[in-house]
Design a protein around this ligand. Structure first.
Ligand code: HEM
Length: 429
């Protein structure tokens, strides 16, 4: 690090009530303040001080000082995920659980899942082609992303999966709510749903036998002291997977399809590449459409992640004073890494959707849609596989037309998703 150290700029907000209204209503909330205060500033959102950071230097500095920070989540998320969840753990306890859960996303595991993912994509293409009515594609992407985790990874089917989904939706609604368990409140209902979810996941774990899903891969997993992880511990890791892998993947798929409908000039460009690919994949589906064989698809996906990142930001808390982009941050501060704002920072046409930038060397901001450092996304390889198989499979079989008159704007929370559900009609390609 070079340059003169600066004290932390602050917006001067005290209670943070108005700041919170802006944060939830104004998509440019962070960008505006970055422009005024620089790449690192502090504000207050309803009593919670938050240091916002953007840009390559500040984010790299943060990853380089990982011993001086720890994971952080708002109290509601912390409680609903549970104290055993690796999201709420740090140091050796966090690492040990990452090692265990990471086995679910190793290449061998992805090879095991891929026939079922290919079958789901084909099932969806059949359904779309048989439907005379217009279909909300975003809803289908959500169902697909949930089914991949619930059926393909956890091995649930039929009624079990539907019951899990119902409770999961109740649980999700209270994730960013006031964490007071007043009877009848969303948070109280989410706590009840949580205990049903954990019971169900516990049963699934006990029945795991390698015939369905990947949970057998977790057996023998050890904690930081070399002691086998208890079932209570493992089920909280499984709940985290539903939380982390569902909305995010559904969002990236919906936003990718939306981008193709909004920028129809991209379709012939992508089609040239799709024409060289075979569906269903002839060889190993985990590599059939990888960035070497499908660079345009990869560029399209990167541009979707740049313009509409499924995770707009993530948190850390300082346990010692640190310096980010030459700005001094005291100990005990919560940091929000503003990915969405970082992705549009710089010179040139960064407000334009242009996948080709990732192929012609003109892409400048560092892209980190899956985070980085010790907490980098555990499901990255699975998410990327889902995106590749869904995009190639659907687009090689189905031609979509957007239903006119719908609102294609995005709602941004919890993850970007088209407001009217991305209504399309389908025809065979
Ligand atoms: C396009 C889809 C996805 C995106 C953009 C995404 C993004 C992210 C990001 C940015 C983080 C870092 C959070 C932090 O640093 O605090 C993260 C963490 C995580 N992701 Fe993903 N994710 C996606 C899909 C998935 C999937 C499919 C799974 C698993 C089924 C998954 C599991 C996880 C887990 C377990 C963590 C926590 C890692 C830790 O705290 O050590 N993600 N993800």
């Amino acid at each position: 690090m070079t340059g003169t150290l600066r004290p932390l700029p602050t917006t001067g907000a005290v209670t943070g009530v108005f700041e919170a209204v802006g944060f939830f209503r104004d998509p440019d909330f962070a960008s505006r303040r970055f422009q005024e205060f620089g790449d690192v500033f502090e504000t207050t959102l309803i009593g919670q001080r938050l240091v916002f950071i953007r840009g390559e230097q500040a984010i790299r500095d943060l990853f380089d000082q990982s011993d001086a920070v720890q994971g952080w989540w708002p109290k509601s998320v912390q409680t609903l995920l549970g104290s055993r969840s690796l999201a709420n753990r740090n140091g050796a306890a966090h690492k040990a659980r990452r090692r265990v859960v990471g086995q679910l996303f190793a290449t061998a595991a992805l090879r095991r899942y891929s026939p079922s993912i290919v079958a789901m994509v084909d099932g969806l293409a059949d359904e779309l082609l048989q439907s005379d009515a217009d279909v909300a594609l975003a809803d289908r992407m959500r169902r697909f992303a949930f089914a991949v985790i619930a059926t393909t990874v956890l091995g649930l089917d039929g009624d079990d999966r539907d019951a899990l989904f119902t409770d999961f939706e109740i649980w999700t609604k209270a994730l960013f709510s006031v964490p007071l368990a007043i009877p009848g409140s969303p948070f109280a209902r989410a706590l009840e749903a949580r205990s049903r979810l954990l019971n169900r996941l516990q049963t699934v774990l006990q029945e795991a036998d390698g015939r369905r899903g990947g949970l057998d891969l977790l057996s023998g997993g050890l904690d930081e002291a070399g002691v086998p992880l208890t079932d209570e511990d493992l089920v909280e890791q499984l709940l985290l997977l539903l939380f982390a892998g569902y909305e995010t993947t559904a969002s990236s798929l919906s936003c990718l399809m939306r981008a193709l409908l909004l920028h129809q000039e991209l379709m012939p460009w992508l089609q040239e590449e799709l024409d060289q690919l075979t569906w269903p994949p002839q060889d190993d589906p985990t590599s059939a459409f990888d960035p070497n064989r499908a660079p345009r698809l990869q560029a399209l996906s990167s541009e979707v992640m740049r313009m509409t990142p499924p995770v707009g930001g993530f948190f850390r808390q300082t346990i010692e004073p640190i310096t980010l982009a030459n700005v001094e941050i005291p100990a005990g501060r919560v940091i929000q890494v503003a990915l969405a704002a970082s992705n549009r920072q710089g010179d040139g046409d960064l407000e334009t959707f242009r996948p080709q930038r990732h192929l012609d060397g003109s892409s400048q901001p560092m892209l980190l849609p899956f985070g980085g450092g010790e907490r980098v996304c555990l499901g990255k390889a699975l998410a990327e596989l889902e995106i590749r198989l869904m995009t190639v499979g659907l687009l090689k079989r189905v031609r979509f037309s957007p239903v006119s008159g719908q609102n294609l704007d995005l709602q941004l929370i919890p993850s970007p998703s088209p407001k009217d559900g991305l209504m399309v009609s389908s025809a065979p390609r």
